[in-house]
Design a protein around this ligand. Sequence first.
Ligand SMILES: Nc1ncnc2c1ncn2[C@@H]1O[C@H](COP(=O)(O)OP(=O)(O)OP(=O)(O)O)[C@@H](O)[C@H]1O
Ligand SMILES: [Mg+2]
Length: 474
Amino acid sequence: MNEHGERLWNLDDFLDATQGRPIGDMPESVDGISIDTRTLESGDAFFAIKGDQFDGHAFVTNAAGKQAALAVVSEDKLASLGSVSLPLIIVHDVLEAMEKLAVAARRRSKAKIIAITGSVGKTSTKEMLRTLLAHCGKVHASLASYNNHWGVPLTLSRLRADAEFGIFEIGMNHPGEIAPLVKMVRPHVAVITTIAEAHLGFFENVSEIAIAKGEIFTSMTKDGVALINRDIKQYNLLSKMAAKAGIKRIETFGAKRGASYWLKELTVSAECSNLQIQVDGKKMDLQLGIAGKHMAVNLMAALGAALLAGGEQEMVVDAVTGIGAVKGRGKSMVFGEGRKAITLIDESYNANPASMAASMQVLGMHGPTARGRRVAVLGDMLELGKSSKKLHKGLIKSIREAKIDRVWLVGKEISVLADELNAGELAGHFGSIEAIEEPFLKDLTPGDVIMIKASLGIRSGKLVTSVAKHLADR
Ligand SMILES: Nc1ncnc2c1ncn2[C@@H]1O[C@H](COP(=O)(O)OP(=O)(O)OP(=O)(O)O)[C@@H](O)[C@H]1O
Ligand SMILES: [Mg+2]
């Protein structure tokens, strides 16, 4: 319920949208949408979606136990459910029903809608934008990285009628995935953060990746604005795609002179960045509390999107001070005090060549103290296909530039990097993140600065948690 007592969906609109057949004693409204009973809240509608590992139909009883308002289930699973103490809405296909609800949410919405895609930086930019717009109106935004075929309709179906801004992350691993998602979202502003070698295993080359991202321009509102990174090689390709899709207004952000949201000068340190920017001919000085040039460029994207969506300039600019790093994407923790403090940079969320380079650059800005060292735990970058070996070996360049003293390797793909490191630099190569824990904890030295980064599949977040616990318990 919002402060005016309005529910997310009243039953009539919900049934109209999903075209479902109600069975049982229906509630008047639902107050949330859930596809996972672990996070379901009382009053939610539970959509029994079939995922890669589980079928939601197996959890309908759990949903009832957690006081769901109702469950949306598929006709052909009905018999297998047995008796359920929950009102049911029967549909032909549950995911399709959620997509229809998403489309209805978009149709009724008066919010300015922003869609963000790109090879890296989507979540970082989305979270910055959420902060920048928070004082300008009611903001609805994707949770975590809910950017795929279920994450986008789930986020959209949760859009309240009174939201003033809607921020959507849209992702893909393959060509053709973005077009149907953006068709539901119909953004007023579409942002491309950057193009890089991510999921290269599913593409011929980086231009093909750009073309797949450019699908974001195919379903915008009539007055839609494209906001594209001016610094990337694929800028021309992307702006042509936007123009071809009928978009009349194309804006840019980046460090290149002439960008609409121009990062004119940047001074970086381990803790923050000082930016001199120029927007509409007006120069401004900003400080961003997240390290790294990549984050400063993300901020330019977020600023541009906030202003293009109608955010009031003064409020948006003032809100920059409230921006902080996101878990797993450069958030740092300091344990202890003085010269013996140990700094842990959590980059465990994911990794590809662009984000590896960016995070090592930040590690390089940190100066170890006492007998400390710059330490990196680097795990596999997955889904790089036939370029995998070359790109993993290539990490040596960033390691040297950042003057990293000690490198721990985890996973199969990254083993080739061991040959590039000399004996003093290589702390060891391990098959799993669990195997590294014991020797790694023993090796910790006062004054160390540690950065942990790998693709999600390596689960390097576990090591971050155990290192943090070990250091906090000392
Ligand atoms: N513009 C950028 N250039 C390079 N690296 C970046 C950039 N923005 C963020 N990163 C780094 O990339 C990683 C992922 O960032 P983020 O979660 O913002 O990206 P994403 O596009 O949402 O990823 P995903 O596709 O996994 O959802 C983090 O390590 C982050 O520090
Ligand atoms: Mg993300």
